[in-house]
Design a protein around this ligand. Structure first.
Ligand code: DSN
Length: 448
């Protein structure tokens, strides 16, 4: 059966969007470090009859009948997660990373307790207590920061922990280019009696691939999304470590209860299946080679960017992710850089760098290598991509962010319109399309 034929017959408009997105992914360079290209096997599991079934509850304890198969599926996938990460407990039902993290709060804290995470502007995540997130309304959030070199400021962290006695500390970041220091956080949490939760969403593929230290010996709880370096579908897993069960033998049950009936309804069984496929793929030797190549590529890209005069926060990377510091070109230029790169077919995101005040007008660009590495690119390609990026950034050399809010909006609008007619960007765009075309994406996938 031709899989997309039914979609073509029923809803050609939606099929056209899918085809256009496939074309965009094929002809561009996907460098958002939290994105990846999942396998066709994962996508097939997602596009299956498993989407039809309600299964609120847990294996053997469902609110609905007809769950004989789903029970086996969920149990098998949770077992895969436990084996791969080396933990005694896993819940594979969270809809994605934010609900997974919320469940951790409700399982470990009372509303109003003190919690700590890295400040959003320094590379933390919204759900780790940032201002815009409900996690800073329901709990008393005391953020910690990085120092002037962009590394976790442990002096400040120890002082804040002593002063505030948090109930829960998050270790895990979304824009931190260096190894996550799980061991040091473990000592601080042990001394203070706090729960320590590692959010390894960005690096879980590197952890199971053996190129980043695992948090499992140092923390009580681990959360991860499944679609970043792990290369699965959009979803999440919550795990409790042996250390976590030692602190609270009931922790797994508390997390289960928080997910359902506490926060969610029926699990997305098609996603659970996709997660299972991704976990199997991640347990294979090829995945270890993939994870190692992601890091080698990120380091090579860092060197290429520096060779082309681009400054990096912390001077480089230990992981899959780099943070470009655009302040030598101008303060607050992240928006111009990301728009210009987009126009050239290079997808990245504007990001705050340490010292930035506004997440809306940041001075950095976050980028990474997981998706490019899935396409088969290696160090030589990173060298070329470093040149593409440097060439694009030349096009924002004369930009200056106006101080006045209204003038700023008008200036950005004009910039976005001007770059559509920028011949240099159009030339780079054509080169990028030719270059990425040498690394076919989903060659087997032919849409009608
Ligand atoms: N949006 C994710 C990221 O890009 O890092 C985090 O939730």
């Amino acid at each position: 059966m031709e899989w997309f034929k039914a979609l073509k017959d029923t809803d050609p408009e939606i099929l056209d969007y899918i085809k256009a997105e496939l074309e965009r992914q094929r002809t561009g360079l996907e460098m958002i470090p939290s994105e990846n290209f999942t396998s066709l096997a994962v996508m097939q599991a997602m596009g299956s009859v498993l989407t039809n079934k309600y299964s609120e509850g847990y294996p053997g304890k469902r609110y609905y009948g007809g769950n004989q198969v789903i029970d086996q599926l969920e149990t098998a996938v949770a077992e895969r997660a436990k084996r791969l990460f080396g933990v005694p407990y896993a819940n594979v039902q969270p809809y994605s990373g934010s609900p997974a993290n919320l469940a951790v709060y409700f399982a470990t804290c009372e509303v109003g307790d003190v919690i700590m995470g890295l400040a959003l502007t320094d590379g933390g995540h919204l759900t780790h207590g940032s201002n815009g997130s409900v996690t800073s309304r329901a709990w008393k959030s005391v953020p910690y920061h990085v120092d002037k070199d962009g590394r976790i400021d442990f002096d400040e962290l120890r002082r804040l922990v002593d002063e505030n006695r948090p109930k829960l500390i998050w270790v895990g970041f979304t824009a931190y280019p260096r190894e996550f220091p799980f061991e040091e956080f473990g000592k601080i949490a042990d001394e203070s009696g706090a729960y320590l939760a590692a959010d390894i969403s960005h690096i879980s593929g590197l952890v199971v691939g053996g190129v980043h230290k695992s948090p499992v010996d140092f923390v009580h709880i681990v959360t991860t999304t499944t679609h970043k370096t792990l290369r699965g579908p959009r979803g999440a897993v919550i795990m409790v470590t042996a250390k976590g069960l030692q602190k609270d033998p009931d922790l797994g049950r508390k997390i289960d209860k928080t997910i359902i009936p506490g926060m969610q309804g029926g699990p997305h069984n098609h996603t659970t299946a996709g997660i299972g496929v991704a976990l199997l793929e991640a347990s294979r030797p090829e995945f270890k080679a993939y994870a190692a190549q992601i890091v080698r590529n990120a380091k090579a890209l860092g060197e290429a960017l520096k060779k082309n005069g681009i400054k990096l926060v912390t001077g480089g990377t230990d992981t899959h992710l780099l943070l470009m510091d655009l302040t030598p070109i101008g303060v607050g230029l992240g928006v111009f850089a990301s728009e210009a790169l987009d126009e050239a077919g290079i997808s990245v995101n504007k990001n705050t760098i340490p010292g930035d005040l506004s997440p809306f007008y940041p001075s950095g660009i976050r980028l990474g290598t997981p998706a490019l590495t899935t396409r088969g690119m290696k160090e030589a390609e990173m060298e070329k991509i470093g040149e593409f990026i440097a060439d694009v950034l030349k096009e924002i050399r004369n930009c200056e962010l106006p101080k006045d809010k209204e003038a700023r909006q008008a200036y950005i609008k004009q910039f976005k319109s001007d770059i559509k007619n920028n011949r240099n960007l159009a030339r780079i765009r054509a080169q990028v399309a030719e270059f990425s075309g040498r690394f076919p994406l989903y060659p087997e996938l032919e849409l009608p």
